[in-house]
Design a protein around this ligand. Structure first.
Ligand code: T4K
Length: 377
């Protein structure tokens, strides 16, 4: 058996897209000469148009980050009381509810796609429920039709956490066109970014107008303040970087597609490793490459594999372990009890995100796969 070497340098889960520095400098010269650094300057306005075009969204607002955007969306949709969500997500999802004084109610997930199990949502509806906050986790679309049916039946708002789903389409329709609003994270680790940033797409223009006010302290004019807002503005430097990164997104998605294909071809025969299910008719964006490791069949637990990979300088990540429902701040909620969340509990023990970005050498992917398969017992 050939000896497997460690990587010379750490291989991290991702590398952000970096535009050419000279191009950044040119755009920043415009910002410098305008003296307008933030507060809906011309770069932010232009970027809002460009991102709207890219996402095919009629009503879109940009924010300083995705978490603030989620909180603003909760206010715009007037969510209160209880909102049904998934425990298999990043902390920002339930935290945004909690910050708005809303109780997150955790619903189990689907074993194939790891998105919220729509067939279980109705079990959680009470007279305090005002909405559903599903997550298109890893860019995999939720069961949008069934969620819409439930929302209409019970008059609930649907706010999608589409943090991972920039550029995803379902049946030719943009992912942001489902539900009442969707939030896209534009963080550096995302497929498209503005260093830090977020975007909300809305079902109508009134919601966008309100979101625009809320991200600017609730101000209508110098003298008139409508309601308590926050500061969620995207600044001009972020917007300038965002304009340049937007031009790189399509090729990044294609380059990631090829790398995911390579991973899948290398690993598909390995007993004990499985992939996240795909949804038919979806334009994917490949934000993460995630495997599930069955400790019984692979002979090693996911945690062992995660630790072993580090010895080879490969820093995989356990997105999303621990489940949000196990956080100290939520674990006593009735909906957070592990016996009510068996699928999510099992998934959180098995998932491992492997390094992925569009400039990764194919040889590095092959090497990571060789290391991984060598760990099988
Ligand atoms: N909803 C969902 C479902 C989300 O996943 C997120 C964010 C949100 C909402 C909230 O959106 P934002 O408010 O963030 O816009 C990262 C990201 O910070 C976070 O945006 C993301 N989800 C989450 C899944 O991943 P960490 O704690 O894993 O980040 P960190 O610093 O460990 O970075 C990950 C790797 O990326 C590192 O190994 C190095 C590399 N990296 C990172 C940064 C920041 C770079 O190479 N350069 C960089 O600048 O949370």
């Amino acid at each position: 058996m050939k000896e497997l070497k460690s990587f010379d340098k750490p291989v991290l889960i991702t590398k952000p897209l970096l535009p050419d520095l000279n191009e950044v400098r040119l755009l920043l010269e415009n910002v410098w000469s305008s003296n307008q650094l933030t507060n809906n300057g011309s770069m932010a306005q232009l970027l809002e148009q460009e991102v709207s075009r890219y996402l095919n969204a009629s009503h879109l607002s940009l924010f300083s980050n995705g978490t603030i955007a989620l909180q603003v969306a909760c206010k715009v949709l007037r969510l209160s009381g209880e909102v049904i969500t998934t425990p298999f997500t990043f902390a920002a999802t339930p935290h945004s509810l909690a910050w708005c004084g809303i109780k997150p109610v955790f619903c189990d997930i689907d074993d194939d796609t790891l998105t919220i199990d729509a067939s279980k949502i109705e079990n959680h509806i009470t007279d305090r429920t005002t909405g559903i906050l599903p997550v298109h986790v890893y860019g995999t679309p939720c069961n949008v039709q069934e969620i819409q049916r439930i929302a209409e039946k019970y008059h609930l708002q649907v706010l999608y956490d589409a943090a991972h789903a920039f550029g995803v389409e379902v049946g030719g329709k943009p992912i942001g066109s489902f539900g009442d609003a969707s939030m896209f994270s534009l963080h550096a680790t995302k497929i498209y970014h503005t260093i830090e940033g977020g975007a909300l797409t809305f079902a109508n223009k009134h919601m966008k107008e309100r979101a625009d006010r809320l991200r600017n302290f609730g101000l209508l004019s110098e003298e008139s303040v409508m309601e308590p807002g926050t500061n969620g503005k995207l600044n001009e430097v972020q917007a300038a970087v965002g304009l340049l990164v937007l031009k790189m997104v399509d090729s990044e998605i294609e380059n990631r597609r090829l790398r995911v294909e390579r991973y899948v071809n290398n690993l598909k025969e390995t007993d004990g490793i499985r992939f996240i299910g795909k949804v038919e008719g979806v334009r994917q964006n490949y934000p993460y490459f995630v495997i599930r490791i069955s400790s019984q069949r692979f002979g090693r637990s996911r945690n062992e594999v995660y630790e072993e990979l580090k010895k080879f300088n490969v820093f995989a990540r356990r997105y999303f372990y621990p489940l949000c429902s196990n956080f100290k701040c939520y674990k006593d909620l009735p909906s957070a009890q592990p016996e009510n969340l068996p699928v999510a509990t099992a998934a959180a023990e098995e998932v491992l995100s492997l390094p992925l970005h569009g400039r990764m050498d194919m040889a590095d992917i092959d090497h990571i796969c060789d290391i991984l398969t060598s760990l099988k017992k």
